[in-house]
Write a protein that binds this ligand. Structure first.
Ligand code: AFP
Length: 313
Protein backbone atom coordinates (compact mmCIF):
# COMPACT_ATOMS: atom_id res chain seq x y z
CA UNK A 1 0.00 0.00 0.00
CA UNK A 2 1.27 3.45 -0.90
CA UNK A 3 1.76 5.79 2.03
CA UNK A 4 0.49 9.38 2.08
CA UNK A 5 2.96 12.13 3.12
CA UNK A 6 1.56 12.15 6.66
CA UNK A 7 1.90 8.46 7.41
CA UNK A 8 4.57 7.36 9.90
CA UNK A 9 6.57 5.67 7.12
CA UNK A 10 7.43 9.04 5.61
CA UNK A 11 7.75 11.20 8.70
CA UNK A 12 11.16 12.08 10.07
CA UNK A 13 11.30 13.46 13.59
CA UNK A 14 13.75 16.06 14.82
CA UNK A 15 15.38 13.35 16.92
CA UNK A 16 15.81 11.02 13.95
CA UNK A 17 17.14 13.85 11.82
CA UNK A 18 19.70 14.91 14.43
CA UNK A 19 20.79 11.30 14.76
CA UNK A 20 20.76 9.97 11.20
CA UNK A 21 21.29 13.04 9.00
CA UNK A 22 23.29 15.53 11.08
CA UNK A 23 25.04 12.78 13.05
CA UNK A 24 24.95 15.05 16.08
CA UNK A 25 26.85 13.92 19.20
CA UNK A 26 24.43 12.39 21.69
CA UNK A 27 24.73 15.06 24.37
CA UNK A 28 24.17 17.89 21.88
CA UNK A 29 21.24 16.01 20.37
CA UNK A 30 19.69 15.67 23.82
CA UNK A 31 20.23 19.36 24.52
CA UNK A 32 18.55 20.40 21.25
CA UNK A 33 15.65 18.05 22.02
CA UNK A 34 15.32 19.56 25.52
CA UNK A 35 15.24 23.03 23.96
CA UNK A 36 12.63 21.88 21.45
CA UNK A 37 10.54 20.59 24.36
CA UNK A 38 10.73 24.00 26.02
CA UNK A 39 9.57 25.54 22.74
CA UNK A 40 6.48 23.33 22.77
CA UNK A 41 5.53 24.70 26.21
CA UNK A 42 6.12 28.25 24.98
CA UNK A 43 4.02 27.59 21.90
CA UNK A 44 1.23 26.34 24.17
CA UNK A 45 1.65 29.30 26.54
CA UNK A 46 1.27 31.72 23.63
CA UNK A 47 -2.04 30.07 22.73
CA UNK A 48 -3.36 30.01 26.28
CA UNK A 49 -1.84 32.89 28.26
CA UNK A 50 -3.96 36.00 28.25
CA UNK A 51 -1.82 37.96 25.78
CA UNK A 52 0.86 38.29 28.48
CA UNK A 53 -0.41 41.68 29.57
CA UNK A 54 2.18 42.96 32.04
CA UNK A 55 0.91 45.01 34.95
CA UNK A 56 -2.57 43.50 34.77
CA UNK A 57 -4.17 41.16 37.31
CA UNK A 58 -6.15 37.98 36.82
CA UNK A 59 -9.61 37.29 38.26
CA UNK A 60 -8.04 36.48 41.63
CA UNK A 61 -6.19 39.79 41.74
CA UNK A 62 -2.81 38.12 41.03
CA UNK A 63 -0.26 39.71 38.71
CA UNK A 64 -0.37 38.15 35.26
CA UNK A 65 2.93 36.81 34.05
CA UNK A 66 4.33 38.43 30.91
CA UNK A 67 4.87 35.89 28.16
CA UNK A 68 8.53 36.80 27.79
CA UNK A 69 9.18 36.22 31.51
CA UNK A 70 7.24 32.95 31.34
CA UNK A 71 9.19 31.81 28.26
CA UNK A 72 12.45 32.64 30.00
CA UNK A 73 11.46 30.49 32.99
CA UNK A 74 10.35 27.60 30.80
CA UNK A 75 13.70 27.59 28.98
CA UNK A 76 15.72 27.92 32.17
CA UNK A 77 13.89 24.95 33.68
CA UNK A 78 14.59 22.80 30.63
CA UNK A 79 18.25 23.80 30.43
CA UNK A 80 18.67 23.14 34.17
CA UNK A 81 17.00 19.73 33.97
CA UNK A 82 19.11 18.71 30.97
CA UNK A 83 22.27 18.69 33.14
CA UNK A 84 24.09 19.57 29.92
CA UNK A 85 24.45 23.32 30.40
CA UNK A 86 27.24 24.96 32.40
CA UNK A 87 25.79 28.47 32.03
CA UNK A 88 23.47 30.56 29.92
CA UNK A 89 23.08 34.16 28.81
CA UNK A 90 19.68 35.54 27.89
CA UNK A 91 17.78 38.70 27.16
CA UNK A 92 15.98 38.78 30.50
CA UNK A 93 19.12 38.80 32.74
CA UNK A 94 22.06 41.24 32.79
CA UNK A 95 24.66 38.59 33.75
CA UNK A 96 25.49 35.04 32.74
CA UNK A 97 23.62 32.50 34.88
CA UNK A 98 25.68 29.52 36.11
CA UNK A 99 23.98 26.13 36.18
CA UNK A 100 26.21 23.02 36.31
CA UNK A 101 29.98 23.71 36.26
CA UNK A 102 30.76 20.19 34.99
CA UNK A 103 28.31 20.33 32.08
CA UNK A 104 29.69 20.51 28.51
CA UNK A 105 27.71 23.34 26.88
CA UNK A 106 26.78 26.99 27.32
CA UNK A 107 23.75 28.57 25.69
CA UNK A 108 22.74 32.09 24.63
CA UNK A 109 19.02 32.61 24.04
CA UNK A 110 16.32 35.14 23.43
CA UNK A 111 13.23 33.53 24.98
CA UNK A 112 10.63 35.59 23.12
CA UNK A 113 11.91 37.70 20.27
CA UNK A 114 9.33 40.23 19.11
CA UNK A 115 7.49 40.21 22.41
CA UNK A 116 6.20 43.72 21.72
CA UNK A 117 4.14 42.10 18.94
CA UNK A 118 2.25 39.73 21.25
CA UNK A 119 -0.70 42.11 21.64
CA UNK A 120 -1.13 42.49 17.87
CA UNK A 121 -0.95 38.72 17.31
CA UNK A 122 2.01 38.85 14.91
CA UNK A 123 4.49 35.99 14.64
CA UNK A 124 7.14 35.85 17.39
CA UNK A 125 10.06 33.52 18.08
CA UNK A 126 12.80 32.09 20.31
CA UNK A 127 16.50 32.03 19.33
CA UNK A 128 19.34 29.82 20.64
CA UNK A 129 23.10 29.68 20.12
CA UNK A 130 24.99 26.72 21.64
CA UNK A 131 28.71 26.69 22.46
CA UNK A 132 30.96 24.04 23.93
CA UNK A 133 32.47 25.18 27.24
CA UNK A 134 31.67 27.08 30.40
CA UNK A 135 30.38 30.42 29.10
CA UNK A 136 29.43 32.29 25.96
CA UNK A 137 31.42 35.33 27.12
CA UNK A 138 34.73 35.84 25.31
CA UNK A 139 33.52 33.59 22.49
CA UNK A 140 32.89 34.28 18.80
CA UNK A 141 29.67 33.20 17.05
CA UNK A 142 31.74 31.09 14.64
CA UNK A 143 32.52 28.85 17.64
CA UNK A 144 28.86 27.84 18.01
CA UNK A 145 28.30 24.10 17.66
CA UNK A 146 24.62 24.62 16.91
CA UNK A 147 22.07 27.36 16.43
CA UNK A 148 18.32 27.14 16.18
CA UNK A 149 15.19 29.22 16.28
CA UNK A 150 11.51 28.56 16.76
CA UNK A 151 8.90 30.66 14.98
CA UNK A 152 5.48 30.83 16.62
CA UNK A 153 3.25 31.89 13.73
CA UNK A 154 0.01 30.40 12.46
CA UNK A 155 2.09 27.21 12.75
CA UNK A 156 5.11 26.52 14.97
CA UNK A 157 8.32 25.93 13.03
CA UNK A 158 11.78 24.94 14.31
CA UNK A 159 14.92 25.53 12.21
CA UNK A 160 18.31 24.20 13.28
CA UNK A 161 21.88 23.71 12.15
CA UNK A 162 24.70 21.78 13.75
CA UNK A 163 27.08 22.81 10.96
CA UNK A 164 25.64 20.41 8.38
CA UNK A 165 23.05 22.52 6.60
CA UNK A 166 19.88 24.23 7.79
CA UNK A 167 16.78 22.13 8.36
CA UNK A 168 13.16 23.05 9.04
CA UNK A 169 10.56 21.20 11.17
CA UNK A 170 6.86 21.64 11.81
CA UNK A 171 5.25 21.03 15.21
CA UNK A 172 2.44 18.58 14.46
CA UNK A 173 -0.85 18.06 16.27
CA UNK A 174 0.55 15.43 18.62
CA UNK A 175 3.44 17.63 19.68
CA UNK A 176 6.31 16.31 17.59
CA UNK A 177 8.62 18.33 15.35
CA UNK A 178 8.48 16.67 11.91
CA UNK A 179 10.78 17.46 8.99
CA UNK A 180 9.41 19.98 6.49
CA UNK A 181 12.48 20.89 4.38
CA UNK A 182 16.16 19.98 4.47
CA UNK A 183 19.18 22.03 3.40
CA UNK A 184 17.54 25.44 3.11
CA UNK A 185 19.61 27.68 0.84
CA UNK A 186 19.73 31.41 0.12
CA UNK A 187 20.42 32.74 -3.40
CA UNK A 188 23.01 35.48 -3.96
CA UNK A 189 20.52 38.15 -5.06
CA UNK A 190 17.58 39.46 -3.05
CA UNK A 191 14.11 40.30 -4.30
CA UNK A 192 12.69 41.01 -0.83
CA UNK A 193 13.92 43.66 1.60
CA UNK A 194 13.38 44.05 5.37
CA UNK A 195 14.73 47.50 6.28
CA UNK A 196 14.90 47.83 10.08
CA UNK A 197 15.72 51.03 11.99
CA UNK A 198 14.54 53.43 9.31
CA UNK A 199 15.18 56.22 11.84
CA UNK A 200 18.76 55.94 10.59
CA UNK A 201 17.80 57.03 7.06
CA UNK A 202 17.64 60.68 8.18
CA UNK A 203 20.98 60.47 9.94
CA UNK A 204 23.14 58.35 7.65
CA UNK A 205 23.49 59.13 3.96
CA UNK A 206 24.67 55.57 3.32
CA UNK A 207 21.44 54.09 4.71
CA UNK A 208 19.34 56.58 2.76
CA UNK A 209 21.16 55.39 -0.39
CA UNK A 210 20.48 51.77 0.54
CA UNK A 211 16.75 52.41 0.92
CA UNK A 212 16.54 54.56 -2.23
CA UNK A 213 18.38 51.89 -4.23
CA UNK A 214 15.91 49.28 -3.01
CA UNK A 215 13.04 51.45 -4.29
CA UNK A 216 14.69 51.83 -7.69
CA UNK A 217 15.32 48.06 -7.81
CA UNK A 218 11.62 47.55 -6.97
CA UNK A 219 12.36 45.15 -4.14
CA UNK A 220 9.37 43.79 -2.24
CA UNK A 221 9.01 45.11 1.33
CA UNK A 222 8.80 42.48 4.07
CA UNK A 223 9.29 43.76 7.62
CA UNK A 224 7.31 42.54 10.61
CA UNK A 225 9.32 43.77 13.63
CA UNK A 226 10.26 40.23 14.69
CA UNK A 227 13.79 39.25 13.67
CA UNK A 228 12.93 35.54 13.73
CA UNK A 229 10.00 36.02 11.34
CA UNK A 230 11.90 38.41 9.09
CA UNK A 231 15.02 36.25 8.75
CA UNK A 232 12.96 33.06 8.47
CA UNK A 233 11.28 34.74 5.51
CA UNK A 234 14.72 34.91 3.84
CA UNK A 235 15.54 31.25 4.60
CA UNK A 236 12.09 30.11 3.54
CA UNK A 237 11.88 32.06 0.27
CA UNK A 238 15.52 31.33 -0.50
CA UNK A 239 16.52 35.00 -0.95
CA UNK A 240 16.17 38.37 0.75
CA UNK A 241 17.93 41.05 2.73
CA UNK A 242 17.44 42.28 6.31
CA UNK A 243 19.17 45.42 7.59
CA UNK A 244 19.34 46.91 11.09
CA UNK A 245 22.19 49.46 11.14
CA UNK A 246 22.96 51.87 13.99
CA UNK A 247 21.36 55.29 14.43
CA UNK A 248 21.49 58.13 16.98
CA UNK A 249 19.02 56.27 19.23
CA UNK A 250 20.80 52.93 18.82
CA UNK A 251 24.44 53.73 17.83
CA UNK A 252 25.38 50.05 17.44
CA UNK A 253 21.90 48.98 16.47
CA UNK A 254 19.37 47.35 18.76
CA UNK A 255 19.98 43.66 18.16
CA UNK A 256 22.06 41.61 20.61
CA UNK A 257 25.18 39.80 19.42
CA UNK A 258 24.95 36.76 21.71
CA UNK A 259 21.38 35.65 21.09
CA UNK A 260 20.12 37.50 18.01
CA UNK A 261 22.90 38.32 15.52
CA UNK A 262 25.25 35.44 16.47
CA UNK A 263 22.87 32.50 16.00
CA UNK A 264 21.43 33.96 12.79
CA UNK A 265 24.92 34.60 11.41
CA UNK A 266 25.75 30.90 12.00
CA UNK A 267 22.54 29.76 10.30
CA UNK A 268 23.04 32.23 7.44
CA UNK A 269 26.49 30.89 6.67
CA UNK A 270 25.14 27.35 6.69
CA UNK A 271 22.44 28.40 4.21
CA UNK A 272 24.93 30.09 1.88
CA UNK A 273 23.93 33.60 2.97
CA UNK A 274 26.06 36.28 4.66
CA UNK A 275 25.85 38.29 7.90
CA UNK A 276 27.86 41.44 8.58
CA UNK A 277 27.89 44.28 11.09
CA UNK A 278 28.70 46.61 8.19
CA UNK A 279 32.45 46.19 8.61
CA UNK A 280 33.12 42.47 8.94
CA UNK A 281 31.62 39.06 9.59
CA UNK A 282 29.31 38.80 12.61
CA UNK A 283 30.82 35.34 13.11
CA UNK A 284 34.20 36.93 13.96
CA UNK A 285 32.98 39.38 16.62
CA UNK A 286 33.72 38.61 20.29
CA UNK A 287 30.89 38.48 22.82
CA UNK A 288 32.13 40.80 25.58
CA UNK A 289 28.87 41.19 27.50
CA UNK A 290 25.36 39.74 27.60
CA UNK A 291 23.83 43.00 26.45
CA UNK A 292 26.30 43.74 23.62
CA UNK A 293 24.58 45.03 20.50
CA UNK A 294 25.72 45.19 16.90
CA UNK A 295 24.38 46.31 13.54
CA UNK A 296 23.08 43.46 11.37
CA UNK A 297 23.10 43.17 7.58
CA UNK A 298 22.03 39.62 6.69
CA UNK A 299 20.77 37.68 3.70
CA UNK A 300 21.66 37.24 0.03
CA UNK A 301 25.43 37.57 -0.35
CA UNK A 302 25.61 40.09 -3.18
CA UNK A 303 23.17 42.41 -1.44
CA UNK A 304 24.93 42.19 1.94
CA UNK A 305 28.17 43.15 0.21
CA UNK A 306 26.50 46.02 -1.69
CA UNK A 307 24.84 47.41 1.45
CA UNK A 308 28.06 47.26 3.49
CA UNK A 309 29.83 49.16 0.71
CA UNK A 310 27.13 51.85 0.68
CA UNK A 311 27.08 52.21 4.48
CA UNK A 312 30.84 52.72 4.48
CA UNK A 313 31.03 55.00 1.41
P1 AFP B 1 11.02 43.14 20.96
O1 AFP B 1 11.36 41.74 21.42
O2 AFP B 1 11.18 44.17 22.03
O3 AFP B 1 9.68 43.22 20.29
O4 AFP B 1 12.13 43.55 19.86
C1 AFP B 1 12.25 42.77 18.70
C2 AFP B 1 13.57 43.06 18.05
O5 AFP B 1 14.63 42.86 18.94
C3 AFP B 1 13.80 42.21 16.78
O6 AFP B 1 13.09 41.01 16.79
C4 AFP B 1 13.35 43.10 15.65
O7 AFP B 1 14.02 42.86 14.45
C5 AFP B 1 13.64 44.48 16.18
O8 AFP B 1 13.60 44.40 17.60
C6 AFP B 1 12.62 45.46 15.70
O9 AFP B 1 12.96 46.75 16.10
P2 AFP B 1 12.00 47.96 15.73
O10 AFP B 1 10.77 47.83 16.57
O11 AFP B 1 12.82 49.16 16.07
O12 AFP B 1 11.68 47.86 14.25
Amino acid sequence: MESSPSTPAERRSLNAHLYHVSKTPDDLRHLILDISRAAKYISYAIQTTEAGLAGTTNQFGEDQVKLDVLSDRIIEDHLRESRLVASFACEERPEVVDLDPKAPYSVAFDPLDGSSLVDVNFAIGSIFGIYKGKSVLGRKPKEQVAALYVLYGPRTILVYSTGKGVHEFLLNDVGEFILLREYLGVADDAKNFSPGNLRGVDETKGYRDVVETSLTAKLTLRYSGCLVADVHHIFSKGQGLFTFPGSAKYPTGKLRLAFECGPFAYLAEQAGAAASDGNGHILDLTIESVDQRCPLIIGSRNDVKKVCGMLNA
